[in-house]
Design a protein around this ligand. Structure first.
Ligand code: ADP
Ligand code: MG
Length: 285
């Protein structure tokens, strides 16, 4: 894997104007504060944090869907000024176009790119196959389960071949079993395509199982508290990872950080050689 920087997030803050209680006046609410983060090319980085800590706020800014009050984001050294097809976005809740079939949804970005019909069909077939939806090409979203809709959303994001995938709790709305299947599929797709993935979740389990590194966010205001290297072996399969003692240990370590714990679980010298993580300082810039 190249160590080149793909996404560089510099000093991002975002303030919302919110209503004062019992008044029509507005007050400022600092949702995220001075966020610095680098995602390397080909890296799978997850951000984990409690609900409301500003994860979606940050992702929307990286997607170019909203503007920060301070700071800049660069992809391949280019300043982000708005949305672009260089970033595939998969949000919670699918956002499929209900009047389009699976294939037409997957081909949406390809139409915008102006690709001819035959090429669109070839590409959409490949990604429909990759997410395991063969034989469902002609179905409409209302004819699909939640897990299937999420697969269509992933196939659509991948089909126009963005180098970066931005995923905001993409599996939060599906049941536990489907979630595991989709996590495995995402791991497989990442291993096949070497995309740079920034994946947001409030699940410690999911964050650790998928990532090369986990960025831990805390709230009020949202900041990145620390970044944990996940040295679990690859290729990974979710079922295998779950039985690994290292996995449990790392999850506990992340949990402690999120809950501001300073308990007895410090890394002692003799433990250190056995564990699969290294703690690095928050700031990477
Ligand atoms: P997360 O995705 O981590 O759950 P969000 O980024 O959605 O968190 O929200 C972070 C904080 O900013 C929350 O307190 C939320 O209520 C607030 N917030 C989000 N969007 C808006 C908005 N458009 N206007 C005002 N406050 C907002
Ligand atoms: Mg969110």
């Amino acid at each position: 894997m190249s160590e080149r920087n793909k996404i560089v997030i510099k000093n991002i803050s975002r303030v919302y104007q919110i209503n004062k209680s019992n008044s029509k006046q507005k007050k400022e609410f600092l949702a995220i504060k001075n966020i610095d983060l680098i995602v390397k090319k080909g890296e799978f980085l997850t951000i984990v944090g409690p609900s409301g800590c500003g994860k979606s706020t940050l992702l929307d800014i990286i997607a170019g869907l909203s503007k920060p009050n301070s700071g800049q984001i660069y992809i391949d050294d280019k300043l982000i000024t708005g949305p672009s097809l260089d970033r595939g976005i998969v949000m919670q809740g699918y956002a499929l176009l209900p009047w389009r079939t699976v294939r037409q949804n997957v081909e949406f970005g390809l139409e915008i790119k102006g690709l001819p019909k035959a090429m669109r069909k070839e590409i959409s077939s490949r990604y429909i196959h990759l997410v395991g939806l063969n034989n469902f090409e002609d179905r409409f979203p209302f004819e699909l389960s939640g897990g299937m809709k999420q697969r269509v959303a992933i196939a659509r994001a991948l089909a126009y071949d963005p180098e970066v995938l931005l995923m905001d709790e993409p599996f939060a709305a599906v049941d536990a079993q489907t979630r595991e299947v989709l996590q495995d599929e995402l791991l497989r797709i990442w291993e096949e395509t070497h995309k740079t993935i920034l994946f947001i979740t409030h699940s410690i389990d999911e964050a650790v199982a998928l990532a090369d590194r986990v960025a831990i966010m805390t709230s009020n205001p949202g900041t990145i508290k620390e970044i944990v290297d996940i040295k679990l072996p690859r290729p990974r399969r979710i079922g295998d990872i779950r039985t690994s003692p290292d996995f449990s240990w790392i999850k506990h370590r992340v949990w402690e950080s999120l809950h501001d714990g300073h308990s007895d679980l410090k890394i002692s010298t003799h433990q250190k050689k056995d564990v699969a993580i290294e703690i690095s300082p928050t700031a990477v810039l």
